[in-house]
Ligand binder design. Structure first.
Ligand SMILES: Nc1ncnc2c1ncn2[C@@H]1O[C@H](COP(=O)(O)OP(=O)(O)O)[C@@H](O)[C@H]1O
Ligand SMILES: Nc1ccn([C@@H]2O[C@H](COP(=O)(O)OP(=O)(O)O)[C@@H](O)[C@H]2O)c(=O)n1
Length: 221
């Protein structure tokens, strides 16, 4: 069983994907964390984020692991825990440059498909329903207005003790939407959910309903 959840930054993908994985007892795979881990390493090793060949070469010697950790998921790079570090603004502001290179995407997509071949998964990202798991049983595309997404990030950062002005977050999200526009895709058979005015529980319930409907449809075939 494969569940694909795509959408732009701060639409709520990882929050609901984790909750769905928990309820279904499936593995959760955060593909954004993999692109973030690659970006973290490129910045650390001074690999030019505009050089696709150099990045692809770097990836050949890069071991990224996603390990279940309590409610969430730890990210290990060559065994080192970089879970927190990959959320820092320096990584966030460079990740779209790394993820735009076709050679980088090819390698990441292959790794993600391999991860999904072993077990039932809920995978979130930008191209899961279109490229990584085109045969996913359930495909969801989450949207929310830029204002709402910026407000969500703002609250999240305040909780972490970081105070970035709301306007700056709004600009950052709008810029990343633009830079990610080629990576982000809504599959023709994806169900779109606008989460702007929905609670987290509301989104989870809507997705659970779709999963149950799909399961019922396949049983009655
Ligand atoms: N429907 C929602 N209503 C309010 N806040 C939400 C909703 N969905 C997610 N959030 C909050 O918004 C923030 C960004 O969500 P996240 O799941 O990290 O988004 P994404 O994975 O799409 O970038 C988190 O702090 C999360 O708790
Ligand atoms: N399947 C994916 C997932 C993420 N990405 C890239 O990785 C970045 C970080 O993804 P993310 O899901 O962690 O970002 P947030 O939406 O959580 O801020 C995105 O801005 C994309 O550039 C991608 O290209 N393809």
């Amino acid at each position: 069983m494969q569940i694909a959840i795509d959408g732009p930054a701060a639409a709520g993908k990882s929050t609901v994907a984790k909750m769905i994985a928990d309820r279904m007892n499936y593995i959760y795979i955060d593909t954004g964390a993999m692109y973030r881990a690659a970006t973290y390493k490129a910045l650390k090793e001074h690999v030019d984020v505009e050089d696709g060949a150099a990045l692809a070469n770097m990836l050949q010697h890069t071991h990224i692991e996603l390990v279940p950790d309590g409610d969430g998921q730890a990210v290990l790079l060559e065994g080192q825990d970089i879970t927190e570090a990959i959320r820092l603004p320096e990584v966030t502001n460079h990740v779209s440059f790394v993820s735009k290179h076709p050679k980088v995407r090819e390698e990441m997509v292959a790794r993600q498909q391999e991860m999904a071949s072993q077990k039932s998964v809920v995978m979130d990202g930008r191209d899961i329903g279109t490229k990584v798991l085109p045969k996913a049983h359930v495909k969801i595309f989450l949207r929310a207005s830029v204002d709402e997404r910026a407000a969500r990030r703002y609250k999240e950062q305040i909780k972490k003790g970081i105070e970035t002005p709301l306007e700056a977050l709004k600009k950052e999200i709008a810029l990343r939407d633009e830079r990610d526009s080629r990576q982000l895709g809504k599959a023709a058979d994806a169900v779109e959910i606008d989460t702007t005015n929905l609670s987290i529980e509301g989104v989870v319930e809507a997705i659970m309903k779709i999963i149950k409907e799909r399961a019922y449809q396949s049983e009655s075939l």
